[in-house]
Design a protein around this ligand. Structure first.
Ligand code: F6R
Length: 369
């Protein structure tokens, strides 16, 4: 049942190109427009929404953080993203014009379920992004967009995350399409890029051997830090979460701009620091700032593990280890940047003798609050 792989997690990492393609299937028409009629939220509701609030936990929360960048950029609707476990305890402001998006692989996460119940009590519409047909969260939502990742068995979420991202991009682009924003041309271009992204994920998977070797060489480290900016920041958080849950290592993700406000004090000789570098095109200001961050931490002894776009030569002098990812539009970069971090955590867990599919103290679906 593991299809020749040692662990379900390895199998599920390898299934990502298909999971991504399946989640797009039937949702983009020949003209490059999105067809999400299945969502069954009337276009009028989507047009009148004046706020989007995303609730989720763990890895799904990281997908939500990335969705916020996409939704605000393509639709200009204010978007908040909040940990489901915090949401209903702070009296959030919600009404009929709030679109709440609840993201959950299992559809049974109690924190997320309680958050969406609270939102509906306040009159908000709830759209679930979910991987499990007929589970509680989609049943209790006004509408659902299913991710088609197939069953995810390993406790650590991988293919579900990538398909959650796809679903979030679809919702963001669809909102933009329905409401008509000045980004019309960009939206059409991104839809075309999204249709190609499964092939890019596949290409990343073919180049993972050096990442595995690097992971094995770090098996006796205690701490790994992750830095990113813009959509690379949630990717850094996701890389750190995977490492905690699988390798039982101290791992932390930071927004690279925060480095000088504290975390840089952690940098010491030979500390591995993974840096997710934004594309030098598009948000080039951020790219240059992150390159300075890499120089700063390296000057203080960090061992830099740099994830950067193919063709980005500026990072080469400062990278102790360089992991290449394909060129993608800025907002889609997490689709390719996350994959090496999944492989990295899985390999480190194996090297440390941990049970990859069933990490200690964790359950696949968390049905208690
Ligand atoms: C991390 C992981 C968890 C889940 C979280 C939410 O690899 O698997 O952080 O992402 O418990 O679970 P779902 O998506 O089922 O609501």
């Amino acid at each position: 049942e593991k299809g020749g792989y040692d662990y379900f997690m390895l199998k599920e990492i390898a299934e990502q190109p298909k999971a991504v393609a399946d989640t797009l299937l039937g949702r983009i028409d020949a003209e490059g427009s999105l067809t999400l009629d299945e969502v069954r939220i009337p276009a009028s509701v989507l047009r009148e929404a004046d706020k989007v609030v995303i609730v989720a936990c763990g890895t799904a929360f990281h997908a939500g953080m990335i969705a916020k960048y996409a939704i605000e950029h393509w639709t200009r609707i204010p978007c908040e993203v909040e940990l489901a476990s915090e949401f209903r305890y702070r009296d959030p402001i919600l009404d009929q014009r709030t679109l709440v998006i609840a993201i959950s692989q299992s559809g049974e996460t109690m924190d997320t379920l309680m958050a969406l119940r609270h939102a509906r009590e306040q009159g908000a519409r709830v759209l679930a992004i979910c991987n499990t047909n007929g589970s509680t969260i989609p049943r209790e939502s006004d509408a659902v967009l299913y991710t088609h990742a197939g069953p995810e068995v390993a406790v650590a979420s991988t293919k579900a995350f990538l398909t959650q991202l796809v679903a979030c991009y679809l919702v963001a682009l669809y909102l933009g399409q329905v409401r008509g924003t000045k980004w019309g041309d960009e939206i059409r271009a991104v839809v075309r890029d999204l249709a190609k992204i499964s092939g890019e994920v596949d290409r990343v998977l073919e180049t993972m051997e050096p990442v595995r070797a690097l992971a094995r060489s770090l098996a006796d480290k205690n701490t790994v830090l992750f830095l990113g900016r813009h959509v690379g920041y949630p990717v850094a958080l996701e890389g750190a979460l995977k490492l905690k849950e699988l390798a039982y290592m101290h791992a932390e993700g930071f927004a690279a701009g925060e480095l000088k406000h504290g975390p840089i004090a952690l940098i010491e000789e030979d500390l591995p620091v993974v840096v997710v570098v934004p594309s030098p095109r598009g948000r080039s200001v951020l790219h240059d700032k992150i390159v300075s961050n890499i120089q700063e931490i390296r000057a203080r002894g960090a061992r830099t593990i740099v994830i950067a776009e193919e063709g980005d030569e500026t990072v080469v002098p400062y990278a102790d280890h360089l992991i290449r990812i394909p060129v993608t539009p800025t907002l889609l970069q997490p689709m390719v940047a996350t994959v090496p971090l999944q492989v990295f955590a899985c390999e480190l867990a194996t090297a440390r003798g941990n049970e990859v599919d069933q990490p200690r103290n964790l359950a696949k679906s968390v049905t208690v609050e």
